[in-house]
Design a protein around this ligand. Structure first.
Ligand code: C2E
Ligand code: MG
Ligand code: MG
Ligand code: MG
Length: 278
C-alpha cells in the first residue's frame, strides 16, 4: 500500500513538473514571434511630484498579450527572453517605442520617460552606441530619458558599471537605481556610482505602517538620498496615507496605484492634458 502511494506521489509530481516544463517551452516558442506578431505593448505609469502631485513623467512597462487575450507578466517573460537572447531585439523595440511616445508626451510639457534596462542589454559591448543611435534617430532628449538599473546589475562588474555610467552621464542620460534597498550594494559603493535617482522598492512602502522597520528604512533611504544629493522616488504608493508619509519624510517623487496604474499612451496623454488645463 505504502509503495503504491509512494508511486502515485511520484507520478503526481512528475506530471506537474512536465506540465510546467511544457508551459515554459510553449512560452519560449511564442516569445520567438512576439515582435513579428505585434503582441508587445508599452504601458506608461505616471510619476508624480511630491507636494502638488503633478505628473512630471512616466515609466514604460512592457506588456505581452497572447493570442487568447491573456497577459504574460514581464516578471515572467523577461527572464525567459534573457535566456534565449530575444531580450536584445525586444529591448531595442522598447527603447524606440518609448522615445516615440515620449516625444508625443513632450509636446504637452517637459516630461521624463523612464525605461527599464535588462542586465543582458547593459552588459553588451555595444550598449552605449546602440542606445545613442536609437535616441539620435528618435530626437528624444537624453536628459529626459531615465535609465532604470537594479543594484545587482550595477554590482555584477562594478568597475565596468562605473565607467559605463560615467560615459552615460557625459551624454546627459539620467540613471535611476530601481528597487533600491532590495540588493546589497554598500554605501561606499553607492558613493562611487554616478547615478541621479534612487527608487525605493515598493516592498518597503507596502509595509510602511505594518512592518517593524519599513518606516525607518524608507526614511533612511530618503535621508541618505538627500545627503548624497540624489533624487528619490517612492514606488508602489497605494494609499493616501503612504503618499503623506513619504512626502513628510522629504521624498521628491511618487509612483503607484494610488495615482494611476500603467496605461496606454493615449490614456496618459489625456490625463496629462486634463492636468495642464486645470
Ligand atoms: P519595476 O521596474 O520595478 O516596475 C514597477 C512594477 O511595479 C510594475 O510591474 C508596476 O506595474 C508595478 N506597480 C506600480 N505601482 C504599483 C503599486 O502601487 N502596487 C503594486 N502592487 N505594484 C505596482 P510590472 O509592469 O509587472 O513589471 C514588473 C517588472 O518587469 C518591472 O519592475 C521591471 O523590472 C520589469 N520590466 C517591465 N518592463 C520592462 C522592460 O521594458 N524591459 C525590462 N528589461 N524589464 C521590464
Ligand atoms: Mg523600473
Ligand atoms: Mg522597481
Ligand atoms: Mg522590480
Amino acid at each position: 500500500q505504502a509503495k503504491r502511494q509512494g508511486r502515485n506521489h511520484y507520478q503526481f509530481y512528475s506530471s506537474e513538473i512536465s506540465e510546467r516544463f511544457h508551459a515554459s517551452v510553449t512560452l519560449r516558442n511564442e516569445l520567438q514571434h512576439v515582435l513579428e506578431l505585434g503582441a508587445l505593448k508599452l504601458f506608461y505609469q505616471p510619476i508624480v511630484r511630491c507636494g502638488d502631485r503633478k505628473i512630471v513623467g512616466c515609466e514604460a512597462l512592457l506588456r505581452w498579450q497572447r493570442e487568447d487575450g491573456s497577459f504574460v507578466s514581464p516578471a515572467e517573460f523577461i527572464p525567459l527572453a534573457e535566456d534565449t537572447g530575444q531580450i536584445i531585439p525586444i529591448s531595442s523595440w522598447v527603447l524606440k517605442q518609448a522615445c516615440e511616445d515620449g516625444l508625443k508626451l513632450r509636446e504637452l510639457g517637459d516630461f521624463t520617460m523612464a525605461v527599464n534596462l535588462s542586465a543582458v542589454q547593459f552588459n553588451r559591448a555595444n550598449f552605449i552606441e546602440s542606445l545613442t543611435h536609437t535616441l539620435n534617430l528618435s530626437g528624444f532628449p537624453a536628459k529626459n530619458l531615465h535609465l532604470e538599473l537594479t543594484e545587482s546589475v550595477l554590482m555584477d562588474d562594478s568597475n565596468r558599471a562605473i565607467s559605463l555610467l560615467e560615459a552615460l552621464r557625459k551624454r546627459h542620460f539620467s540613471i535611476s537605481i530601481d528597487d533600491f534597498g532590495t540588493g546589497f550594494s554598500s554605501l561606499s559603493y553607492l558613493k562611487m556610482l554616478p547615478v541621479d535617482t534612487l527608487k525605493i522598492d515598493r516592498t518597503f512602502i507596502k509595509d510602511v505602517f505594518s512592518g517593524e522597520h519599513d518606516a525607518a528604512i524608507t526614511q533612511s533611504i530618503i535621508g541618505m538620498a538627500q545627503q548624497l544629493q540624489l533624487s528619490v522616488t517612492a514606488e508602489g504608493v497605494e494609499t493616501l496615507e503612504q503618499a503623506e508619509f513619504v512626502e513628510a519624510a522629504g521624498c521628491q517623487y511618487m509612483q503607484g496605484f494610488y495615482f494611476a496604474r500603467p496605461m496606454p499612451i493615449e490614456e496618459i496623454m489625456a490625463m496629462v492634458k486634463q492636468q495642464e488645463n486645470k
